[in-house]
Write a protein that binds this ligand. Structure first.
Ligand code: COA
Length: 171
C-alpha cells in the first residue's frame, strides 16, 4: 500500500488531535505495548515519525525519547499495514536522525514474537530479560559499544538484585 513517512517532531502540538484519532484506531496492535503508551508519551518524545496513507491518515508511528545518549524507541503500525516494510523504514530514518546518540534501545514483551523478530531484523542485540521484558540495544558508535559492554555486565547484577529483594519480601 502507498505510504510515506513524515517527521512531525517539531509540530507535535499541531498534530495532537490526529495522533489521538490514530490511537483510537488501534486495538490488537496495543496488546504488547507498555500500558503507559499513549498520547502523552508521544507528546513527550524527542523524535516522532508518522506513516501516512494516500489520504494523509496516520497508519503507523515511531517515537524516540533520548536520555544520556540512549535513544529508547517504540513503534506501532496498524494491523493492515504491518509486514509491508514500514517498521524497517522507520528504523532506517530513526538511525539517521539519531545524531549524537550512542546507543539505541528497544524493549519487547518476551512473548511478542513479531516485535522480537523486528528488533533482530533491525540489527538490535538482546541483552537480557527483566520483569517479563526483553531488552535490546544497538550501538551506533565506539562509545555506544562501551556503554553496551557496561550494560551487559550490569544486567545480571540487576536480575540478582531483583531475585534477592523478591526473596526477602516473601519471608
Ligand atoms: C512489530 C512491528 C512494529 C513491526 O512492524 P512492520 O512494519 O510490520 O515490520 P516490517 O514489515 O518492517 O518487517 C521488518 C522485519 O521484522 C520482522 N517481522 C515483522 N513482523 C513480523 C511478524 N509478524 N512475524 C515475524 N517477523 C516479523 C521480520 O524479520 C521482518 O522482515 P521480513 O518481512 O523481511 O521478514 C508491528 O508488527 C507492530 O506495530 N506491532 C504491534 C506493536 C508492537 O508490538 N510494537 C513493537 C514493540 S517491541
Amino acid at each position: 500500500m502507498n505510504t510515506h513517512i513524515v517527521n512531525i517532531s517539531g509540530d507535535l502540538e499541531v498534530h495532537r488531535e490526529v495522533l489521538r484519532s490514530f490511537l483510537a484506531t488501534l486495538d490488537s496492535e496495543l496488546k504488547h505495548l507498555d500500558p503507559a503508551f499513549g498520547l502523552e508519551k508521544i507528546m513527550n518524545s524527542d523524535l516522532v515519525l508518522v506513516a501516512l496513507d494516500q489520504d494523509g491518515a496516520i497508519v503507523g508511528l515511531n517515537g524516540t525519547k533520548s536520555t544520556f545518549g540512549i535513544h529508547k524507541s517504540y513503534t506501532v503500525i496498524q494491523e493492515r499495514y504491518q509486514r509491508q516494510g514500514l517498521g524497517r523504514r522507520f528504523k532506517e530514518i530513526q538511525g539517521r536522525k539519531a545524531g549524537a546518540a550512542q546507543l539505541l534501545m528497544g524493549v519487547c514483551e518476551k512473548d511478542n514474537h513479531s516485535g522480537i523478530n523486528f528488533k533482530f531484523s533491525a540489527g538490535y542485540i538482546p541483552v537480557g530479560t527483566r520483569w517479563g521484558l526483553r531488552y535490546f540495544f544497538k550501538p551506533l558508535s565506539i562509545r555506544g559499544k562501551i556503554l553496551l559492554g557496561i550494560i551487559r555486565v550490569l544486567f545480571p547484577a540487576l536480575n540478582a538484585f531483583d531475585w534477592i529483594t523478591s526473596a526477602l519480601r516473601v519471608r
